[in-house]
Design a protein around this ligand. Structure first.
Ligand SMILES: NC(=O)c1ccc[n+]([C@@H]2O[C@H](COP(=O)([O-])OP(=O)(O)OC[C@H]3O[C@@H](n4cnc5c(N)ncnc54)[C@H](OP(=O)(O)O)[C@@H]3O)[C@@H](O)[C@H]2O)c1
Length: 327
């Protein structure tokens, strides 16, 4: 697969990464560990070099899975993980945010162990903690970089103003926010800020939690352990109303000899050369399908046509922001 540089950071990764969250939570029960380890290794064999996990996925088990699977190929891959939640050690439940410097240090040490590595390639603050100034967070990460425990710093779901403040203390390599054809908030302020500061952008849920693939239908039933069972956009009425987005993706897909999922990803890739989506999947054939979107060529005219058509579609239902399910 082609490679991309995350902004002007000099961190080079495959044009698409692999989101690992769904292997351990949010879309049904945790998957079989051996099967997911095999999938992770297949991803590397096929050219994926960028893997996205977080302390809170599981919690903890997703980092352990990713660490174990990738240990034998550690020098070929870039592993991104995230800190920033308080997690009760007993119940393992989330108890709000915690980006206090001491806590960041503890999480870094624990993540290093779970990931079976001596350096974290990219360490994101998962959510901005309103009780800790971002300068203190960036300063702590800067110290960890100086100590050789972290290579690059990232932010997730941060505003343009917060990105600027953090970047002034410690260069931000990548910002991660939800971005896809039906979640376009970053276009207003975050993407222009990333462009100006030379920061890479990593869209999470780039397939709209599966909706933009066309495989989730209005009559799809989600279990209680699937966050989509309570996301407003996955209510049957909203999914019915939003079918025009799927029709648009289908139309372009036919013209490009591709699938709707591939067009949804190619649209992101075509937006900027420093954008690196991280679609999540637990199936090899979908991983291959998603990776092949890097070969779908969308011209500027194609992009304009898709944007024009999409702008006439009013998406129904508020989005699951990831705040509720801390993806
Ligand atoms: N920073 C944050 O706050 C945050 C929040 C959410 C997510 N994330 C990161 O972003 C990654 C991706 O987001 P996501 O997993 O929420 O959403 P996504 O990538 O938009 O969609 C994943 C869903 O789509 C399905 N899927 C994937 N490829 C498909 C294909 N080709 N055809 C049909 N269905 C397909 C998957 O099912 P199968 O697994 O069954 O294939 C899964 O249900 C996560 O893994 C996580 O690492 C970060």
């Amino acid at each position: 697969m082609q490679k991309r540089e995350l902004g002007r950071s000099s961190l080079e990764v495959s044009a698409l990464g692999l989101g690992c969250m769904g292997m351990s939570m949010n879309y049904g029960p945790p998957q079989d560990r051996q099967e997911m380890m095999a999938l992770l290794r297949s991803a590397v064999d096929r050219g994926t070099t960028f893997f996205d996990t977080a302390e809170v996925y599981g919690p903890f088990t997703n980092e352990e899975l990713v660490g174990k699977a990738l240990a034998p190929v550690r020098n070929q891959v870039v592993i991104a993980t995230k800190f920033g939640f308080a997690i009760d050690p007993g119940s393992k439940e989330r108890r709000g945010f915690d980006s206090r410097p001491d806590h960041i240090r503890q999480v870094a040490e624990a993540s290093l162990k779970r990931l079976r590595t001596d350096v974290i390639d990219l360490f994101y603050q998962h959510r901005v903690d309103p009780s800790v100034p971002i300068e203190d967070v960036a300063g702590t990460v800067k110290d960890l970089v100086a100590e050789g425990k972290i290579r690059y710093s990232g932010l997730s779901e941060a505003s343009a103003a917060t990105i600027r403040r953090a970047h002034a203390v410690q260069p931000v390599c990548a910002v991660q926010s939800e971005y896809s054809l039906w979640a376009r908030d970053p276009e207003a302020h975050v993407l222009p800020t990333c462009e100006e500061l030379g920061i890479g952008f990593v869209p999470w849920s780039p397939l709209g939690q599966g909706f933009l693939t066309g495989k989730v239908r209005p009559d799809t039933k989600f279990g209680n352990d699937d966050v989509r069972s309570w996301f407003p956009r996955f209510a049957p009425e909203a999914m019915n109303a939003n079918q025009s987005l799927i029709e648009l993706l289908h139309r372009v897909a036919v013209l490009k000899h591709a699938t709707p999922a591939q067009i949804a990803l190619a649209w992101l890739l075509a937006k900027k050369p420093w954008i690196v989506p991280i679609p999540g999947t637990r199936r090899l054939e979908r991983l291959e399908e998603n990776m092949a979107s890097a070969d779908v060529d969308l011209t500027t005219d194609d992009l304009r046509e898709i944007d024009d058509a999409a702008s006439k579609i009013k998406v129904q239902g508020s989005r699951g922001t990831g705040h509720e399910h801390c993806g």
